[in-house]
Design a protein around this ligand. Structure first.
Ligand code: THU
Length: 158
């Protein structure tokens, strides 16, 4: 028997330490939280995705009375981006969220498992790492790729 460790390295930064492009994406993700439709959870999530054609697509969580029919901000954004620009590669994804009192969460949230799997497919398709920026009010996490969020991932059919 042998042991295998999987290590995820996260850069922790504050807003001022980000480059201009990343700051802009965080701004757009924060703004997108305001367009969330979350009458059930009251937890508003926004995302902003930079594509390699220079376009930025934003999205937010969209809930539904039939709860599982709702979609997270990350998948809303990724699916719209890929349906609008099927040839474009994903470059950087920023995610922000507001808690039930409407305040920006102080520590970042991280995409759910279903979103990780969906994002991973687009990262694999593009053939390049997608930087993931998880924005909280107090600190921001920067991950080098979607894959780093989903070790031992399933990607056989891509
Ligand atoms: N949600 C997202 O949009 N992204 C995440 O990363 C986690 C959760 C949404 C789903 C649901 O509308 C609400 O947040 C509460 O879970």
């Amino acid at each position: 028997m042998r042991r295998k460790d999987i290590i995820t390295s996260i850069e922790v930064a504050n807003y001022e330490e980000l480059n201009e492009t990343d700051r802009h994406l965080v701004d757009l993700a924060r703004e997108a939280t305001l367009r969330s439709y979350a009458p059930y959870s009251h937890f508003r999530v926004g995302a902003a995705l930079l594509l390699d054609n220079g376009e930025v697509v934003t999205g937010s969580n969209q809930e539904n009375a039939a709860y599982p029919s709702g979609t997270c901000a990350e998948r809303t954004t990724a699916f719209y981006a890929h349906s609008r620009y099927p040839e474009a590669k994903f470059v950087t994804l920023a995610i922000a969220a507001r808690d039930t009192s409407g305040e920006e969460i102080s520590s970042p949230i991280s995409p759910c498992g279903a979103c990780r799997q969906s994002l991973l497919e687009f990262e694999t398709l593009g053939g390049a790492d997608v930087k993931v920026i998880l924005a909280g009010a107090k600190e921001i996490y920067i991950l080098p790729s979607v894959r780093s969020l989903l070790p031992l991932c399933f990607s056989e059919i891509v």
